[in-house]
Design a protein around this ligand. Structure first.
Ligand SMILES: [Mg+2]
Length: 345
């Protein structure tokens, strides 16, 4: 199958409220959308939300990479997605999100041309999943208010961003969520903010206090493999690597170092085939898998949902950024019913 045209456009998404994590604040998501037109005229679409602290890429660098390389991907007869991805790797070796974007647009076009829903091409394990909702760094009062609203909307899993304040203040915020949303399962994401000792004190204190924390994401710097292993050896709950795990090679390195118990898979990091490779490695190692997102609107979340449903591989689903985006239209490919995300296929 040949591509006739491949273009990318800046897609800026205003967020409903300020989004703050230990990595910074934003009120706009600087995303990129791509359009891939096959030789038979079928058009595919995709969206990526590049985050410089994860892959080193920005909206500008993704747009530039595709402006420079898009034409080189047109005209060649590709047998399928893996053949296409090999060429993107050669053309853009260190542009993970840019590669993911063109791969997803090509895959969307292929699926439409063949008339087969993407989740079926990816294995067809299930049609729906249950996602958590993420709570940004905020005051304990604001944190509790968001938790109450999420509980009322039907969410029974919440992911709390921590690390902006000290260990004690962050523990108070997590307690505030437990009070506001009783019985809810909590996931905690420090976005690299703690040092290894503080991370262990924090998670041990939460568990000793009876807080139902299910997993602890990226407690320390992505470059501190030893620190991550230190927390992993001591944490009473599974440690999940996110920023430290961009490529399948990263995941293998983490597994060898016993530096986590699982990995957060995101399309902006590893695309579709890279994510499939990570899933295979993690499953073989008995590691846990989270399907995560950056700040995508419903188009990007839809692709991640196809991967999550197609593979059925994920213990934790964190597909929620479309809630942050004030989109006027209902998502094209899925419905949200409480915490359930259901594909419309
Ligand atoms: Mg994370």
């Amino acid at each position: 199958m040949r591509l006739r045209d491949l273009t990318a456009q800046a897609y800026e998404v205003p967020l409903r409220s300020l989004w703050e994590t230990a990595r910074g604040k934003s009120d706009i998501a600087y995303n990129v959308r791509a359009t891939a037109v096959l030789e038979d005229g079928t058009t595919g679409y995709a969206e990526v939300s590049p985050r410089s602290y994860v892959t080193g890429e920005t909206q500008e660098s993704v747009l530039l990479a595709i402006a420079q390389n898009g034409a080189h991907l047109c005209g060649e007869d590709f047998l399928g997605l893996r053949a296409f991805v090999e060429v993107t790797r050669r053309l853009m070796p260190d542009r993970y999100s840019a590669r993911a974007l063109v791969e997803m647009a090509f895959f969307d076009a292929l699926a439409r041309s063949w008339g087969i829903p993407k989740f079926r091409l990816l294995g067809g394990a299930k049609r729906e999943v249950r996602s958590d909702l993420s709570i940004p760094i905020a005051t304990p009062e604001q944190t509790a208010q968001i938790a109450r609203e999420a509980f009322a909307q039907g969410f029974r899993h919440l992911k709390i961003k921590v690390g902006g304040l000290g260990v004690e203040d962050e523990a108070q915020r997590v307690l505030a969520v437990r009070e506001a949303a009783p019985g809810v399962i909590l996931r905690v994401d420090a976005n690299q903010a703690f040092d290894p000792e503080a991370a262990v004190v924090f998670i041990e204190w939460l568990i000793a206090s009876g807080v139902p924390v299910e997993c602890f994401e990226q407690p320390v710097s992505r470059t501190d493999l030893e620190g991550l292993a230190y927390v992993t050896q001591r944490s009473p709950v599974p440690v999940i690597a996110d920023e430290a795990a961009v490529t399948p090679e990263d995941v293998l390195r983490l597994i060898r170092a016993e530096a986590a118990h699982g990995v957060n898979v995101k399309l902006a990091k590893s695309g579709i085939t890279g994510s499939l490779d990570i899933i295979a490695i993690a499953r073989a190692a008995g590691w846990k898998l989270m399907m995560g997102c950056m700040l995508e609107s419903s188009m990007g979340i839809g692709m991640a949902l196809h991967l999550a449903c197609g593979t059925g591989a994920f213990q934790y689903i964190d597909l929620d950024s479309h809630h942050l985006v004030g989109e006027a239209k209902e998502p094209e490919e899925f419905q949200q019913i409480g915490e359930v995300l259901r594909l419309k296929f």
